[in-house]
Design a protein around this ligand. Structure first.
Ligand code: PMP
Length: 387
């Protein structure tokens, strides 16, 4: 066994079919789609196909917009700035409701908006690790609330939030609803129609597409103020020459993601369960979040007496890539915000290790990981001062 990649919530391998589909757009079909000559116009059918695949993947309607962005971080920022300039700035409504466990690409722009005077309510998660419709409702005064932003799936725990229930509530109260679906696409069905989201963010590299391209769904009629100003691309809603290979690749990746949902639900879940059962069979371990509330690929485990960082290094020495949580905050030694929000920080301080699988994970890889993990836990606990 050479290397095992179990950090698919950080990023995924590009599907070879995606790479193949992107290839012609570097040296053959390289025109600017906005050019009037044939080099430009010959890209159009491919962009239309990619658009169709993306709309079909999230069940968007033809009249809705899907902006092609550079990543989910851009999409999230674009939503908050748009809501700020279209609704909050003139103080019609000044509140945004979110959770304490969002990705930094949600939390940090919201902290920035707080400095501009916006009231941001960070809901803590309940003992299941999610927020419920009732918890949102408590703060959802329609006269004050400009936006509710709740992630579809948490990147660290893999817990699925009740997006549809919250979407219905927001619709009833006539409050805009955004969901960061970066960790949901390719793992569970994502349907913007059924869930009443007004804005939805996603990123291709989390579902076997290329890095540097993402999407922002905007429901028809939803206010939107551009984040990027410049040329007239995307109807003036997102200026800048489009990343053609990335867009084409994201289209194929989206289609493959949807076609493989059943595989995720059965085969990936089975491998995840095997690894999870093995972890739980080790003394003094814990997995965060009920299995039935999680996407099929994620395990956030804690091994009492072992620092998450120590475990990651030990696994890495044996060729296994796991993570202490979000790759975007892995350089900080701050306590895991999910543990803090779930009120289990004192018990589990710094011991979280995330294993995230994909449709490329094999049973041999899981068997090897289980073997290494058992040895690793024994070795690290034998030298631990807290076990
Ligand atoms: N939201 C969530 C839930 C994520 O997991 C990530 C990536 N870790 C992002 C947003 C940001 O994605 P990107 O780095 O592609 O902008």
């Amino acid at each position: 066994m050479e290397r095992v990649y179990l950090d698919n919530n950080a990023t995924t391998i590009v599907d070879p079919l995606v790479k193949e589909a992107m290839e012609p757009f570097y040296c053959q079909i390289y025109g600017n789609p906005n050019s009037l000559h044939s080099f430009g116009t010959e890209t159009h059918p491919y962009l239309r196909l990619a658009t169709d695949r993306i709309y079909a993947g999230i069940k968007a309607n033809d009249e809705d917009d899907v902006l092609i962005t550079s990543c989910a971080t851009e999409s999230n920022n674009a939503v908050f700035m748009s809501v700020y300039y279209s609704i909050i700035k003139d103080r019609r409504k000044n509140r945004i409701i979110t959770t304490q466990v969002e990705h930094p690409s949600v939390t940090n722009p919201l902290k920035f908006l707080e400095k501009l005077g916006v009231e941001v309510v960070y809901l803590p998660v309940n003992s299941d690790g999610i927020v419920t419709k009732e918890m949102v409702k408590e703060y959802l005064d329609p006269d004050k609330t400009a936006l509710v932003s709740i992630m579809w799936v948490n990147n660290e725990t893999g817990l699925i939030f009740p997006v549809r229930e919250i979407g219905i509530l927001c619709k009833e109260k006539d409050v805009l609803f955004h969901s960061d679906a970066t960790q949901a696409i390719g793992k569970i069905p994502v349907n913007v129609d059924e869930t009443f989201v007004d804005y939805l963010s996603f990123s291709a590299h989390k579902f076997h597409g290329p890095k540097g391209v993402g999407g922002l769904y905007i429901r028809k009629g939803t206010p939107f103020v551009p984040f990027f100003h410049g040329g007239e691309q995307m109807g003036g809603k997102r200026a800048g020459t489009i990343n053609v290979p990335g867009f084409v690749g994201m289209g194929v990746a989206m289609e493959l993601a949807v076609n493989n949902l059943e595989y995720e639900k059965t085969k990936v879940a089975k491998l995840r369960d095997k690894l999870e059962d093995a972890i739980l069979s080790i003394k003094d371990t814990r997995v965060i979040g009920k299995r039935e509330l999680r996407v099929p690929n994620t395990i956030l485990a804690s091994f009492r007496g072992i620092e998450g960082e120590a475990m990651i290094w030990d696994l890495n020495k044996n060729g296994i890539a796991a993570s202490t949580g979000s790759a975007c905050s892995s350089e900080s030694l701050e306590p895991n915000p999910v543990f803090v929000a779930m009120d289990i920080e004192r018990e589990l301080a710094h011991t979280g290790v995330r294993f995230s699988l994909s449709r490329y994970t094999t049973e041999e890889e899981i068997d090897y990981t289980i073997k290494v993990l058992r040895e690793s836990v024994e070795r690290l606990r034998s030298i631990s001062s807290t076990y």
